[in-house]
Design a protein around this ligand. Sequence first.
Ligand SMILES: Cc1cc2nc3c(=O)[nH]c(=O)nc-3n(C[C@H](O)[C@H](O)[C@H](O)COP(=O)(O)O)c2cc1C
Length: 360
Amino acid sequence: MSMSFASRLGIEHPLIQAPMAGSTSPALVTAVSNAGALGSLGAGYLEPQAILDQAAQIRAVGDRPYAIGLFVLPDEFEADMAAVAKAREQLDALMEREGLDARTSLPTRWAPRFSDQFAALCEARPAVASFAFGVIAPAQLRELRQRDIYVIGTATTVAEARAWADAGADAVSLQGAEAGGHRGTFLHEAEDAMIGLFALLPLAVRAMESLGREVPLIAAGGIMDGRGMLAAEALGAAASQLGTAFLTCPECPAATAWKQDLPGVEAHQVTTIRGFSGRAARGRRNRFVEAMPQAAQGLPYPVLNALTAPLRRAAAAAGRGDLLSEWCGQAAGLVRPQPAAELVARLMHEYRLAKRSLAR
Ligand SMILES: Cc1cc2nc3c(=O)[nH]c(=O)nc-3n(C[C@H](O)[C@H](O)[C@H](O)COP(=O)(O)O)c2cc1C
């Protein structure tokens, strides 16, 4: 893999632990970064003060580069309150039927304000800022540049990769259809932007070649081991970004039931789900997906995400993986539960072995 990407960032390995909103912790980020890869704090759901607090915890443990990931969203959301009331009724009824001791409530805000999160990110000043769901404004890009923060934009199509390159991103993370978690798609309908990484990478490489400046491409989606990293490199990726592979690390704060379910997940059980958050996301098809309240399905992100939060929290506490948003990529069955530093070392060992065996 191109060392220029890793050396530009001051990391040893061209490997990124994906920012995973709700499923990363300072402990995970520092374990990965101290092992020579790039740890990322998924801060999309965090209030600004929590971003600052977690960044301070990361800095207290070491000075290795790390990333903070945000969702690019409008600051304010209008919700159809009649639809919200109907969805709440059905979600409450579902929780009652399932014996979950929780009910929906109206939050003071549907989601943290993006511009405040952005200001906190600037103040925290990580080496890398990573964005999904949209492109940041030119003034925001300038602010990051002034602080020497490296910018990674998420794209699910070549058009989105171009949009990020035109906006001045330093690198683009290509999220293949295989990828776990929310789709980063922002220029298209999510179902039109389900492009497999083997098609997306070489198409984006060609598009970036015509730009006149180098924009490293990061491969994301279904990569679970060193062989996958090497395959991504062969197709032109400068680094690999793995999310699902890190979910079963002890440092990852994902719910225990979710971690226990992942090794047994088969690829045909992994599907695109809107019913938890109002936005397409890849995860395990479970009881919630089958029983998803009709009224909830029409609500947009982040309104539905806020309304289902009590259900997801209660399901996690009760060990009910069947009612949790068990986000994962298509290759989730290949997870290897182990400490994050060991996983990084193992991935790099496999990568080197695969490279050697192909050279023979
Ligand atoms: C639980 C989970 C949460 C995620 N949250 C985010 C996020 O907050 N920001 C982001 O840019 N990508 C997020 N992603 C997507 C990852 O960046 C990446 O595209 C994906 O994990 C790659 O596919 P894989 O899971 O098969 O490795 C998330 C993925 C997972 C599995």
